[in-house]
Design a binder for this molecule. Structure first.
Ligand SMILES: [Zn+2]
Length: 134
């Protein structure tokens, strides 16, 4: 049981995460469907292309940055949903202090308090992309 929030607040966070999850899944499905349709139309149009070129074209068509962003958001949402279930929602993953309700309301998937998030982003910026798994 999470003692930081009322049942009402927890239900509201759960609801918001659920709605956002559905929107992200719908958007991913839309991108993948569009990519597939273009891919098949493309292949049907020029079957004489070498396999290598076809793969390169498919990868170029895929909006990888957008897909990546959505997949990451989906993982964040599912992690937040898990924290709601196991009672750790709203507790900073770094310092174990409560994350403010204001921050969670603005950003329901937040797993760090503002101080730790600021520190985390500054550290990430200093060391470039290599720290992405921390
Ligand atoms: Zn913290």
């Amino acid at each position: 049981m999470n003692s930081l929030f009322s049942e009402y607040q927890l239900a509201a966070f759960r609801q918001r995460l659920q709605e956002r999850r559905e929107a992200v899944v719908a958007e991913l499905r839309r991108i993948l469907t569009a990519t597939n349709e273009e891919h098949y139309a493309d292949l049907a149009g020029r079957v004489h292309d070498s396999a290598e070129e076809a793969v390169a074209d498919l990868l170029a068509d895929l909006d990888l940055a957008e897909t990546d962003r959505l997949v990451t958001e989906l993982q964040d949402i599912d992690a937040a949903r898990k924290r709601l279930t196991d009672g750790s929602y709203g507790i900073c993953s770094d310092c174990s202090e409560p994350v403010s309700v204001e921050r969670l309301s603005a950003y329901p998937v937040a797993k760090r308090c503002i101080a730790c998030q600021t520190r985390y982003e500054a550290a990430k910026q200093r060391s470039g992309e290599h720290l992405s798994t921390l």
